[in-house]
Design a protein around this ligand. Structure first.
Ligand code: ZN
Length: 298
């Protein structure tokens, strides 16, 4: 089964229900970034949370999730586009902490204290940015808090990543249930009851094969209206040109220094770890082009 995400409503449109299975893309991210187990869970939960947050973006829109914690993983950045292509990275992938008392990967400990910031580029004007303090650094609770405070949407969020003994990702996925304005109190009560009965996310994602099955643990088939099922991918849109732009932005002195060394310069994309090599003559040409640009501006 490919990684996928479903967008649904439940209880006569009173709840927006989103769920995703992301095992493949989280494993791809783990390999690309060489994440150790706790870091794999931090990045995997953030990627899945980002996908769920970005599930209802319209064409041309995109969403960036930043987890700005003071824990050993450092900052985590996830970027999602309107077609559920996701990419992300964390500052320090080589993090593996002792398990929590519940036997779980210590995501909260690896993230630490700090802020969760979401910016939505809606395709016009400045991006909309919201920021809240991290509640426990476990990502799911932090996203639910963000939705409640910043968007006034009471939500239940569950995110899970399970790692095999060899460090590879066994399963990953999550759900996001949002109460839409005007939801009846009995619908809310019913959902709260089911939330208390459904196993914790890491167990839930092991028990189900698909995102639909995940939602059916909360709602009956009659209550659930599936609007869309789509594949989700780890995908980076970097290019040699884009990395060249970044290289162009370094100072003249640094470019000069690189050119003088007569060695190729390696630029690595943060999101996918693809390496782009720039030869000394290209560096010299870049420096010259930069100078000419400036001269023509004056
Ligand atoms: Zn890239």
């Amino acid at each position: 089964m490919h990684d996928h995400l479903i967008v649904a409503t439940a209880c006569n449109g009173q709840i927006r229900a989103l769920a995703a299975v992301t095992t493949g893309l989280v494993e791809e991210a783990r390999q690309r970034h060489d994440c150790w187990p706790t870091a794999a869970a931090v990045l995997g939960r953030s990627l899945t949370g980002g996908l769920l947050m970005g599930a209802i973006l319209k064409q041309g829109q995109h969403l960036t999730l930043r987890v700005l914690g003071d824990g050993p993983c450092g900052t985590v950045i996830v970027d999602v586009d309107d077609s559920s292509n996701v990419k992300g990275y964390l500052q320090e992938p080589h993090v593996n902490l002792p398990a929590t008392s519940a036997g779980k990967l210590d995501v909260g400990g690896a993230v630490g204290k700090g802020f969760l910031a979401i910016s939505k580029d809606l395709g016009f004007g400045d991006p909309y940015v919201g920021q809240v303090p991290l509640q426990n650094g476990e990502i799911a609770t932090d996203l639910a808090y963000y939705l409640a405070v910043s968007e006034q949407i009471p939500s239940a969020v569950g995110l899970g990543v399970l790692v095999n003994p060899d460090g590879s990702v066994k399963t990953a996925g999550g759900y996001m249930l949002q109460m839409l304005p005007g939801a009846d109190s009995d619908v809310i009560e019913k959902l709260e009851k089911r939330l208390s009965e459904v196993p914790v996310p890491t167990e839930l994602i092991q028990e189900v094969e698909t995102a639909e099955e995940m939602l059916k643990r909360f709602f009956t088939a009659e209550e659930l209206t599936i609007l869309e099922t789509r594949e989700v991918h780890y995908r980076c849109n970097c290019s040699r040109e884009r990395l060249q732009q970044i290289l162009m932005s370094v100072s003249d002195d640094e470019l000069q220094e690189m050119a003088v060394k007569q060695e190729p310069v390696e630029m690595i994309c943060h999101f996918c770890r693809t390496a782009y090599l720039f030869q000394p003559e290209e560096i010299t040409a870049l420096r010259k082009a930069k100078q000419e640009n400036r001269d023509s501006e004056e």
